[in-house]
Design a binder for this molecule. Structure first.
Ligand code: UDP
Length: 323
């Protein structure tokens, strides 16, 4: 099997490349590295089953080789990016999705769209089932990502209905693990880096908002199962164990043994108050369940950030830490 992974140099994309290669697939990774990192795939450079193409998928994709499956993972995805790269996010969600769907149609390839729990916005239904249509502010600071992914889902379903492309849509909830950018502005990289370097740990708002954190190895297994299934409807993937942001900060502080203080910053606009996946569909259709306990995954992730910090790769300012 030959896969194209767009955003293959990113956090989730690079783990997906590893997973597919381990299954014996050939992988073409496409990335323009605006948020991805060549370090994430450096270990694959001499693998004959792996090919890297530097390309912005928001522009026409010219791929000579055949491809059986396309995994469209290219997009900046951190809330800090939403304010830094809003136009690129809208373009990759809209034009990048159109181009990759066109490629899937031309190559008669199966297609999987990386969508997001952000399509639910700041939800009024809890936990969120795939049947919930969401509550999104289209002109808010998060709207660029939410609406880009909502458009991408609509376009994916249109290609399925009109052109009979075999499509899949995964709605990814908060995911963490090694290879997250230490300065990407999301909560786990921020708090981990702050805890490890003795800086104040920034909790936004009063920390009562909730998230649920899925280890990237669990997520990638679910993505693979979804591609292998015959499910054209969206499927949530994430961890159902909901915790508050303040509890998470305390956990990271305890696990790292940090003496950092927890400090409170203003809550960014439109920050969802509660988020947790309803996994009924993933459980029944994919027989999938996340396995990695959050403490274990956090320990591994902290080790990763410790190594990155020792290698001197932590940028001096943490993106988003002063939002
Ligand atoms: N957050 C925080 N401190 C940080 C970064 C984020 O308290 O340094 C909060 C943020 O306001 C949100 C939650 O953590 O409520 C998760 O934020 P993240 O940026 O990781 O992703 P989101 O789930 O909002 O897409």
């Amino acid at each position: 099997m030959r896969a194209l992974v767009t955003g293959g140099g990113g956090f989730i994309g690079s783990h997906l490349c590893d997973f597919l290669l381990a299954k014996g697939w050939t992988v073409v990774c496409m990335d323009n590295f605006i948020t991805g990192s060549e370090r994430n795939i450096a270990h694959l450079s001499s693998n004959p089953s792996f090919q890297l193409i530097r390309h912005d998928v928001s522009t026409f994709i010219d791929l000579e080789s055949s491809v059986d499956c396309i995994f469209h993972f290219a997009s900046p995805a951190s809330p800090a990016d939403f304010q830094r790269l809003p136009i690129q996010i809208l373009k990759v969600g809209a034009l990048g999705t159109h181009n990759t769907l066109g490629l899937a149609k031309a190559k008669k390839a199966k297609y999987l769209l990386a969508s997001t729990s952000e399509v639910y916005g700041d939800p009024e239904v809890h936990p969120q089932p795939e049947s919930y249509w969401g509550r999104v502010n289209p002109i808010g600071i998060r709207g660029v990502y939410d609406e880009a992914k909502r458009f991408a889902e609509a376009m994916t379903m249109a290609y399925h209905r009109i052109h009979a492309v075999e499509t899949r849509i995964v709605r990814i909830f908060n995911t963490y693990g090694p290879r997250m950018r230490p300065d990407d502005g999301r909560i786990i990289p921020n708090l981990a880096t702050q805890a490890l370097t003795g800086q104040p740990m920034t909790v936004y708002g009063d920390g009562s908002q909730t998230r649920s954190f899925c280890h990237v190895s669990d997520l990638v297994e679910g993505i693979y199962r979804l591609m292998e299934s015959n499910q054209n409807q969206p499927v949530n993937l994430g961890n159902p164990k909901e915790i508050t942001v303040l509890e998470l900060a305390q956990k990271i502080k305890d696990i790292s043994g940090s003496k950092s203080k927890i400090v409170f910053h203003p809550l960014p606009a439109d920050d969802p108050k509660r988020r947790c996946p309803d996994l009924t569909r993933a459980r029944t259709l994919l027989h999938w369940e996340p396995r990695v306990p959050v403490e274990e995954g956090l320990r591994e992730t902290l080790d990763y950030f410790r190594k990155v910090a020792q290698a001197g790769n932590v940028s001096s300012g943490l993106a988003g830490a002063s939002r």
